[in-house]
Design a protein around this ligand. Structure first.
Ligand SMILES: *Cc1c(COP(=O)(O)O)cnc(C)c1O
Length: 377
């Protein structure tokens, strides 16, 4: 058996404290004891979301909360603007279309961030737009969008701003209230250092007003139900008790580190990875790199997926590949969640050895040396 290193942009490895917390016996979810835990996790979520808005905890993967954001704000025939610069932007579009929403796609070249001015023009041209759907980190391309600038534009408009921060929350800076983001969606299995299975959504007063008019069908995903329960420190349905134990622990860890420091840690590891890749003569795919993961283009003639396969077989390291048109072309090295300097050094050293085996000549140690230079700063 080999020691396993998971460096994908979700799921991510878990700290031992979180694993242990989840091993505790189950208690009933309608007890004062559990309520006390929920109270703490609800407040902790507001802290990491940097919001005074309620944050709903759902038992689903991240996409369940994305779907909830659509069905709770819109009605059939409403107009929505979707920023589509990768797989997750596409997902917003597919979700809206599945529910008969009039969807305007703002297509962005993969690898680039959306120009906030394009959102501004779309809103000017189509004042009927009710919601803007975008992503903080578009994980498929490792691009970070400028949510602060988009928030400024949206705040003067009737449209609510909905941000998929499933991977980005705690890795890339996101100030929900200060930036005027109405709905932020996050997932458990990314920077929050939990297993897959929980999703979180913050809902602003502006979004709650729109909610009242929304007629798309919903039951399990109803924010009205969730917010009513949340006000009583309860949940409408059975809580994922073990995952909530884990959440309490992970939020304690994040709080003690401080959310700004958590973001800084991700930024540092991201910079380290980028500098190492450059030192190996490799090109980066993202023109606006996120702290979540680094997309590295493989040199011509090297199949990224064959390299990844060998990385897993020989070094027991998992990184992500490219999706769709990027399949076989990039590797995405995540430095997300419970990730250390030594993990980044390990993956870089394995990559430089493999690249040489695959015919891309680079000096052994060159990537690691560049990484250490960043880490020594
Ligand atoms: C991981 C991820 C998702 C997918 O969430 P699931 O938990 O698989 O439903 C959605 N959006 C982004 C940006 C992600 O990184």
């Amino acid at each position: 058996m080999k020691k396993y290193l998971l460096m994908a942009p979700g799921p991510t490895p878990l700290p031992p404290q979180v694993l242990l917390a989840m091993a505790k016996p189950i208690i009933h979810h309608r007890t004062d004891e559990f309520k006390a835990i929920l109270k703490e996790t609800n407040e902790g979520l507001q802290y990491v979301f940097q919001t005074a808005n309620p944050v709903v905890t759902m038992s689903s993967s991240g996409t369940g909360a994305m779907e909830a954001a659509v069905v709770n704000t819109l009605s059939r025939g409403d107009c929505a603007l979707v920023v589509r610069g990768g797989k997750f932007g596409e997902r917003w579009g597919e979700l809206c279309e599945a529910y008969g929403v009039e969807t305007m796609m703002l297509d962005v070249e993969w690898g680039k961030a959306v120009e906030p001015s394009q959102i501004e023009s779309a809103l000017k041209k189509h004042p009927e737009i009710k919601a803007i759907f975008t992503t903080l980190c578009e994980t498929s391309t490792c691009v970070r969008n400028d949510i602060e600038a988009i928030g400024k534009i949206a705040s003067g408009h009737q449209a609510v701003l909905v941000v998929d921060a499933i991977s980005g929350l705690c890795a890339d800076e996101l100030k929900t209230d200060a930036w005027g983001v109405d709905i932020v969606v996050a997932g458990s299995q990314k920077a929050l250092m939990l297993p897959p299975g929980l999703a979180f959504v913050s809902v602003s007063p502006k979004a709650q007003e729109l909610m009242k008019k929304s007629t798309l069908p919903k039951f399990y995903l109803s924010f009205a139900k969730a917010l009513k329960s949340l006000a009583k420190t309860d949940t409408p349905f059975t809580s994922s008790v073990s995952l909530i134990y884990g959440l309490k622990e992970s939020l304690t860890l994040l709080k003690s580190e401080g959310v700004d420091n958590v973001v800084k840690r991700h930024a540092r590891l991201a910079k380290t990875t980028r500098e190492a890749a450059r030192a190996l003569g490799l090109e980066l795919f993202s023109k606006a790199p996120s702290n979540v993961a680094t997309a590295i283009l493989m040199p011509a003639g090297i199949d990224a997926d064959a390299l990844r396969k060998k990385l897993t077989r020989d070094y027991s390291i998992t990184v992500a590949g490219g999706q769709d048109k990027l399949k076989g072309k990039i590797v995405r090295v995540a430095h997300l969640g419970y990730c250390e300097e030594s993990d980044v050094i390990t993956v870089i050293s394995a990559l430089e050895m493999l690249l040489n085996q695959f015919g891309h000549k680079c000096e052994p140690g060159a990537g690691v040396a560049a990484a250490e230079k960043v880490l020594l700063q």
